[in-house]
Design a protein around this ligand. Sequence first.
Ligand SMILES: [Zn+2]
Length: 163
Amino acid sequence: MEEATVREQLVERSCAWCGEPVAYSGRGRPPRFCSPVHRRRAWEVRSAEERAGRPVSEGGRSTEPVREIVQRTETLVRTRVVPGSVEGRQQAPRPAQRLSGQPYTLPEDAVEWIEALAVLRREAVTNPRVAPFREHIANACERTLEALRSDATGPGEDSPGES
Ligand SMILES: [Zn+2]
């Protein structure tokens, strides 16, 4: 005579988010997720689905299509050779193109210019491609200083406000 007793015990369960097996020790509630991260993911998706089902006025998702505004700015660089011009007098081409023809980006706002000038202060003494031309750069800086300290106000017609 044999007596068989059968006892079933949960030993493993798959994570409700990723499906990976999660061991169960046998004590307490069996884990539903392999990690707190996956618990959080599952919760986010659940609550997002709930939000999506509600109207926007109740914190739900907009049913309007996403709109994007793309602004396109083209800069044309035209380089002319002015015959017999004296250095320092000639109209320099707008620097947006390297000698190699590769375009490069100029600072776009005051913060970026201030950062660029800080780089210049360092490069002026350390960069062998800049240092030999310190005097030229200094002249350009003096002209820049004059412009910065002049009373002229910015681009008049384009200034926003009055209309
Ligand atoms: Zn998981």
